[in-house]
Design a protein around this ligand. Structure first.
Ligand SMILES: NC(=O)c1ccc[n+]([C@@H]2O[C@H](COP(=O)([O-])OP(=O)(O)OC[C@H]3O[C@@H](n4cnc5c(N)ncnc54)[C@H](O)[C@@H]3O)[C@@H](O)[C@H]2O)c1
Length: 360
């Protein structure tokens, strides 16, 4: 029988709420066909082997709450299913650069936060006490300093690290070498949706390229109505996100487009959309006999089901790597993430993960 996978979560926001509620959904709707799971098993691990044993946030309405209650607290929006009582209590995290200007009225930190050195000590003790073995990072977009702090904590506490956000850790050789030296797996950066705008855009762009057409211009506009989209209104928090999404599409083309001919990015916050994300993709080019063509696509999807459907496999791959004592950057990142260290086509990335799971 497989052992439980002991996961700690950094940022108890919408993405985590979707992951926790999705796992519970499958547990309570056991049918023959597990619709929507990319892998029922990853090696010996079932989705139900994942346990969230520690959790950290800055919202005063979440700190001190059991995890099963914290996931529904404002400004979180996911309400798919009820969670059973959890023994895990959300603990305080350092705010640093976590709270952007547009969410100041939505996330209230503690009035008297614990001093940094003491807080760090408390976090180290919590991770040791709970025997956390994998940390998953769901901090808000733009949390560069806080992510670096948590990556250091992962190394110090001997945890694998999964970086779901567009801050470059796994894809930065300096960091991935540090994880390699510590013999700890790292997966990142910036989680790809199960059927997200980026993966659809990549596949369409590659199709147009592979079929011998010449793409001249392309855009991908995204709108949504949750705190992630609100944070993305702050352009200074968005730099890595745009690099991550644009590189992901460019990497699929034989010849890169000039920067003026490609736009890929979050475009606006529309409050009533909540966790629904709309993506509008357009490709313009020339085909046989220099004849012009264009393609337009609209994707409507729950952005949190999108990320959770991928995270559930990333966690189990990190655990497999821990079992195999494999440290450093994991190439399965290409399957899970928009900004891995090495970009492959999505078909190649699928082979990489299939082979990784099969390894003994
Ligand atoms: N499909 C997707 O949703 C998707 C795809 C790619 C990347 N991401 C990234 O995943 C991250 C999480 O997205 P989300 O929708 O859950 O965001 P969210 O705004 O719902 O949640 C962020 C959580 O982090 C907490 N937080 C803020 N500062 C903190 C700090 N310093 N320490 C600990 N916690 C802190 C907030 O209180 C909140 O609970 C974002 O960076 C987002 O860009 C999401």
């Amino acid at each position: 029988m497989s052992k439980p996978i002991r996961v700690g979560v950094i940022g108890v926001g919408n993405c985590f709420s979707g992951l926790a509620q999705g796992i519970e959904y499958y547990k309570s709707h056991k049918t023959k066909e597990m619709v929507g799971l990319m892998h029922e098993r990853v090696g010996p691990y079932k989705y139900s082997d994942i346990e969230f044993v520690s959790a950290f946030d800055v919202g005063k309405n979440k700190i001190g709450e059991p995890l099963n209650e914290a996931v529904y607290k404002s400004p979180n929006l996911v309400k798919w299913t009820q969670l059973p009582q959890s023994k895990t209590i959300v603990k305080e995290a350092p705010v640093m650069d976590g709270i952007g200007i547009y969410v100041l009225n939505k996330i209230q930190p503690l009035k008297n936060p614990t001093k940094p050195a003491k807080l760090r000590q408390q976090i180290l003790e919590e991770l040791a006490k709970t025997k956390t073995e994998i940390l998953i990072n769901y901090l808000p977009v733009g949390s560069q300093k806080a992510t670096e702090l948590w990556a250091n904590i992962a190394i110090e506490t001997h945890c694998a690290f999964i970086n779901c956000i567009p801050v470059f850790i796994a894809s930065d050789k300096k960091w991935s070498n540090r994880f390699a030296r510590a013999k700890l797996p790292v997966i990142g950066d910036d989680i790809k949706g199960q059927i997200g705008a980026t993966i659809v855009h990549r596949v369409l762009a590659k199709l147009c390229d592979d079929r011998g057409t010449k793409i001249h211009k392309t855009y991908q506009l995204n709108v949504g109505g949750n705190t992630d989209f609100l944070n993305m209104k702050e352009s200074s928090r968005l730099k890595s996100k745009k690099i991550s999404k644009t590189t992901s599409v460019q990497s699929q083309l034989k010849e890169e487009l000039k920067s003026d001919n490609i736009y890929v990015g979050p475009s606006d916050f529309i409050p009533f959309l909540g966790n629904t994300k709309l993506a509008f993709i357009r490709i313009e080019g020339k085909m046989f006999a220099d004849v012009p063509y264009s393609l337009e696509m609209r994707l409507e999807v729950d952005d949190k089901a999108n990320s959770a459907g991928v995270a559930i496999d990333a966690i189990r791959c990190a655990k497999l790597a821990l079992d195999r004592h494999k440290g450093g950057y994991l190439d399965v990142s290409s399957y899970f993430m928009k900004h891995p260290l090495h970009q492959y086509s999505d078909a190649e990335a699928k082979l990489i993960i299939d082979n990784f799971i099969k390894l003994k």
